[in-house]
Ligand binder design. Structure first.
Ligand code: TXA
Ligand code: MG
Length: 321
């Protein structure tokens, strides 16, 4: 099993030296846990792809302390970037920009662009500071599976990596992966919705193009089935739950806003009605539902599609393909 360790000063120093020496460490961010390596180390990035079983074409995000460090990986830092960083960094917004030559090509799937974000989680920040250089990291799950929002999720997900160090950082407070905004094309475009919403982005930079969510090649990690539990998942309107459950021969798990719609012996996992709380709980709830080992996970469809619900609806769709 990997080792979960307290994120005290000594362990952060140790984690930083592992990364500086070309190794890989799992660490918390405010969105989800990441699997980090030195952005400038070609071989270390290949190791991250191996551990994650990620297709080599799917690029990683470089995590930086601030704008100054962002400029060590990206070029073309213009007034839009400056405004966005002032408004949303540190935080769950990733910017895609033309890359510097020093960025390890394997860490960005050989692309001419790099994704960069400055996380707000204090442990992530202490780690980047201790490394003194950007950390490239995907979410610390196997490719295609549910992102980890607790250290224990990483431990289970990467159980066959005995030497992996996992820095303990509690439950991720955002719980959904960052918003990915592509600034390398003529009009800025959201490649992955997140808790920084399109409206929030537009209020800072004006124009943002409609996102292309399905089957797009701009952001390879956003293919349709993603963030998925092992168990088949289905999304149902509140009014259809009753009928759907009647056709289930065995008890199933239901992510629902109220236990009232889930008659026993089906198992209700109650979801919060506040979108921030829903987002924070979603991946843990899906993992819990998965662990019950039933034939189906039913998910009550949230009615709202605006604000953070847009990102939640996106992840639910991908979990249920
Ligand atoms: O919140 C997050 O973003 C978390 C934490 C750990 O920071 N990281 C994360 O990384 O979700 P990952 O690798 O699981 O997802 C990164 C997404 C993928 O959809 C990837 O295709 C996209 O960002 N991406 C990365 N670099 C890109 C680039 N140069 N161009 C287009 N899309 C890119
Ligand atoms: Mg991921």
């Amino acid at each position: 099993m990997p080792k979960i360790v307290k994120a005290d000063a000594a362990n952060i120093r140790k984690a930083a030296s592992i990364i500086r020496d070309g190794g890989v460490v799992a660490f918390p961010t405010e969105t989800v846990y990441g699997l980090g390596c030195d952005t400038f180390n070609e071989r270390a990035a290949l190791d991250v792809y191996r551990i994650k079983r990620r297709p080599s074409s799917n690029p990683l995000i470089a995590h930086v302390l601030d704008v100054q460090m962002a400029k060590r990986v990206a070029i073309g830092w213009d007034v839009r970037c400056q405004r966005l960083a002032e408004a949303f960094w540190p935080g769950p917004l990733t910017l895609v920009l033309p890359r510097r030559a020093e960025v390890a090509p394997s860490s960005i799937g050989g692309r001419s662009t790099v994704a960069v974000r400055s996380p707000s989680h204090p442990v992530a920040r202490q780690l980047i500071e201790a490394v003194g250089s950007p950390i490239s990291a995907p979410s610390a799950n196997r490719s295609g599976r549910i992102s980890p929002t607790k250290a224990e999720h990483v431990e289970l997900e990467l159980a066959d990596e005995p030497d992996l160090m996992i820095l303990e950082g509690g439950t991720c407070t955002v719980g959904l992966e960052s918003t990915v905004l592509d600034l390398s094309r003529s009009r800025p475009m959201v490649l992955r919705p997140g808790s920084v919403t399109k409206d929030m982005l537009m209020s800072v930079i004006g124009d943002v193009a409609e996102p292309l969510f399905v089957g797009q090649s701009g952001s390879p990690g956003t293919h349709l089935r993603h963030y998925a539990p092992r168990t088949r998942a289905e999304i149902v309107d509140t009014s259809g739950i009753d009928h759907r459950l009647m056709s289930c021969p065995e008890p199933v798990a239901v992510l629902a806003f109220s236990a009232d719609v889930v008659p026993p012996p089906h198992v209700a996992i109650i979801m919060p009605s506040d979108p921030r709380e829903y987002a924070m709980k979603l991946y843990d709830a899906l993992r819990h539902a998965d662990s019950l080992d039933r034939s189906l996970i039913l998910i009550e469809r949230p009615k709202d599609k605006t604000g953070i619900w847009e990102a939640i609806q996106d992840r639910l769709r991908r979990a249920a393909v």
